[in-house]
Structure formats: structure tokens, C-alpha cells
Design a protein around this ligand. Structure first.
Ligand code: C5P
Length: 308
């Protein structure tokens, strides 16, 4: 299975509910940076994962791993329908930055759902898979769906968004990680004593997506979590500033950061931005991607070589 990373083109955050989750209005886009997840047969009741690739050491491999939890959730659903003797050995080739705001863990979980369904021959429906996904985390349903979509609720209620053509992004992977709950908590702290509106999307971004106009999309990128991420990691401000200075069409952090998404006018311009930012202070890795791309998919060996 190949599962894409996501960026948030717009992210409006409301006041947290009693469960601690914040209501969101967001626009997700899946981009061409993927984790690969392989599922192999294992004895009944055995659920394990091995993680390879950059950052693998920082990913839990026990029951705290989201892909393992996804496999167990699918097995539970199957067992309720009297399918017994299930087990799986997962391998994750981790290319999406860990704790970077690009939903890499959610991508692995989505891939595990589809992979286990195929391995065990369950033929779960799309809506059953989406339900399992929503139970695992707010970003998991989008990793299944892919493309460009509007998310509401916790970010798990999705509607496809109309989008014209391809967009070309440069991802600046900042050194270090940011904890998602810490960034949401910092936003609440910064907003203390102030009125907070219900989260809403501005019409400008959806209009820009339909028009294919990079300057308009760049101007419409917003993320309420950016101020909180910068408050926790002030050096992020410099990364954002450097991307603006080299002439990006738009700049935003993705999700709760610290990854910064930089929009190019077209593929060539994005390539120039990637070169200009390769040695920028505070940037550990620069990755050029395009979006939207489909959600997680089964790949065969031939397709795999084509896309390397
Ligand atoms: O759902 P997921 O496990 O990915 O969320 C991680 C954390 O991010 C949550 O525990 C919560 O602290 C925060 N979060 C939130 N509101 C959302 C999504 C995530 O507060 N809509």
C-alpha cells in the first residue's frame, strides 16, 4: 500500500469541546510524498510492525503504533462477522516526516486498514473503512480519501473539493518535532479571555482552487495554528520569512507544524524555490511535491518502480 502525506491549505480552529477536541474547518490536500506499508500473513492474534526509513527510530512499534491499532480495529470488525484466526505482520517504509504536521501516522493507519482488508479478503465497504478510520484519529479518513477535501467536525467529516489541475509545493521540514496537543493547547492559551468564532472557511481559497490561479491560492492560505506553533518554536518565523523572501506564491505551516508548505507558481518555479531554500537555516529537509494525489492505494511491483 502507498499512503500520501497531507497538507492543510486552510485550517480554522474553534474552541475545544468537552472531549478536548477542537471543531475545525479545514481544506486538506494529499501530496506526492508517501509511506509504503506492506502486510504479510502472521499467526492468529499476532499483530506487529517493523518501521524502516528516515525517522523510523522515533516511531513506536508496539500497540502504540497507529498502524497496529488500525489492523486490530479491522480484525475486531471481521471477528464480529465471524472471521477468525487473523494476524498480520506490517512493514512501514517511513518517508513522511515524523510528527511534522503531515499526518504520516494517519497515512500508515489508513494503509493498514486497506492492506488488512485485502490480505484477509474481507471486502469491507468504503463506509466501513471510513468508520474504522475515524475511530483511530481525526486525519485518518482523509488519508483514505486523498485528493482535495473540506474537513469539518474534528477534521474527519469530509466532502470532496473541486480543484483545477496540479499544484506544486516545496515542503520545508523543520528540524525537530511539534506535539499536536501542545500546539492546540498553546492556541487555547493565546486566546484566553477572547471571543472565538465558530470555525469557517473563507470563500477565497475554494475559488482559487477552482480557478487554478497560484497567486490567488497563495494569498488565501491560512492556518490558525501557525501563531501557536511559532509561539512554541519562534525560529519557525524565520523559516516562513525566508520562503516569502525568495518569492513563493504562498507560505503556510501544515497542520500543527513544524513542516512549512511553500507554493510555487508552477513546477519549474517550485524547483527554483526548492533550490533557493535548500540551505535555509532551521530547515532539515526540502521535498518538492505535487498535489492533489489519490488516497491510499494498493501498488504492485511494476507500478512501484515507475513512481520511484
Ligand atoms: O485525532 P488525533 O489523535 O490525530 O489528534 C491528536 C491530538 O490533536 C488530539 O489528542 C487533540 O489534542 C488534538 N486535536 C484537537 N482537535 C482536533 C484534532 C486534534 O484538539 N480537531
Amino acid at each position: 500500500m502507498r499512503a500520501p502525506a497531507k497538507i492543510n491549505l486552510e485550517l480554522a480552529v474553534g474552541r475545544p469541546g468537552e472531549d478536548g477536541y477542537h471543531p475545525l474547518a479545514t481544506v486538506f490536500q494529499a501530496v506526492s510524498l508517501y509511506d509504503e506499508v506492506t502486510a504479510d500473513d502472521a499467526p492468529a492474534g499476532s499483530f506487529s510492525v517493523r518501521v524502516e526509513g528516515p525517522g523510523a527510530r522515533r516511531v513506536p512499534t508496539g500497540d502504540g503504533n497507529l498502524a497496529v491499532r488500525a489492523a486490530r480495529a479491522v480484525a475486531q470488525l471481521a471477528e464480529a462477522e465471524r472471521v477468525d484466526g487473523l494476524g498480520v505482520r506490517l512493514t512501514v517504509d517511513k518517508r513522511i516526516p515524523v510528527a511534522g504536521g503531515m499526518a504520516g501516522g494517519s497515512a500508515d493507519a489508513a494503509a493498514a486498514i486497506v492492506a488488512c482488508d485485502a490480505l484477509w479478503g474481507l471486502q469491507l465497504s468504503r463506509s466501513e473503512m471510513l468508520e474504522v478510520a475515524a475511530g483511530l484519529g481525526a486525519d485518518v479518513p482523509f488519508a483514505l480519501l486523498g485528493g482535495t477535501a473540506v474537513g469539518s467536525g474534528r477534521g474527519d467529516r469530509l466532502t470532496r473539493a473541486l480543484c483545477h489541475g496540479s499544484w506544486h509545493w516545496v515542503l520545508l521540514v523543520a528540524a525537530g518535532e511539534l506535539s499536536t496537543p501542545a500546539v492546540f493547547g498553546e492556541l487555547d492559551r493565546l486566546r484566553e479571555g477572547r471571543a472565538v468564532m465558530e470555525p469557517q472557511l473563507a470563500p477565497a481559497l475554494m475559488k482559487a482552487l477552482r480557478s487554478g490561479d497560484a497567486a490567488a491560492l497563495g494569498a488565501a492560505l491560512t492556518n490558525d495554528l501557525q501563531v501557536a506553533a511559532v509561539s512554541l518554536r519562534p525560529e519557525l518565523d524565520l523559516v516562513l520569512e525566508q520562503a516569502r523572501v525568495v518569492g513563493a506564491a504562498g507560505v503556510t505551516i501544515s497542520g500543527s507544524g513544524p513542516t512549512v508548505a511553500v507554493l510555487g507558481e508552477d513546477e519549474e518555479h517550485a524547483g527554483e524555490l526548492a533550490l533557493a531554500l535548500a540551505d535555509a537555516p532551521g530547515v532539515a529537509r526540502v521535498i518538492q511535491v505535487r498535489g492533489p494525489v489519490p488516497g491510499c492505494r494498493l501498488i504492485d511491483q511494476a507500478a512501484r518502480f515507475e513512481t520511484v
